[in-house]
Unconditional design. Structure first.
Length: 106
C-alpha cells in the first residue's frame, strides 16, 4: 500500500503534507496491518508466511486496511462519549488484554 493511495483514501494532498504528517500516516498503516495480522492470523504481508498465506492475496483485506487507516485518521484522539470509549481503541486494546490472576488461583 503506497503513501499516495493512503493519501487519496484520506482525501489529503500528499504534496501538501509535512514529513511529520506523512510519517503519521505511515504509522497508522503499520498499526492497521498489525491489527489485521492479529485478527486474521496471517503473518505475511507481501511475502508468504509459514502457512503460504499473505495479506496481499486477499483483496478484501486491502479494503479493511484502508477503512482502518481512515477510521484512525478521522478519529485522532481518544474520545469518551458518556461511558463509551472509541470502538477502534477498545478493539486494539482488547487484543492485548492479559489475565493478571496467576494460574491455579481463583
Amino acid at each position: 500500500m503506497t503513501q499516495t493511495v493512503l493519501c487519496q483514501q484520506l482525501r489529503e494532498n500528499e504534496a501538501a503534507l509535512s514529513p511529520d504528517e506523512l510519517a503519521y500516516i505511515e504509522m497508522l498503516k503499520d498499526a492497521a496491518i498489525s491489527y489485521i495480522k492479529s485478527h486474521t492470523g496471517i503473518d505475511g504481508v507481501e511475502e508468504n508466511d509459514e502457512n503460504g498465506r499473505k495479506l496481499d492475496d486477499y483483496p478484501d483485506l486491502t479494503y479493511a486496511l484502508l477503512a482502518l487507516v481512515s477510521e484512525m485518521y478521522d478519529n485522532r484522539q481518544l474520545t469518551v462519549n458518556s461511558d463509551k470509549v472509541s470502538p477502534t481503541v477498545t478493539a486494539i486494546l482488547s487484543m492485548h488484554d492479559f489475565n493478571l490472576v496467576p494460574k491455579g488461583e481463583t
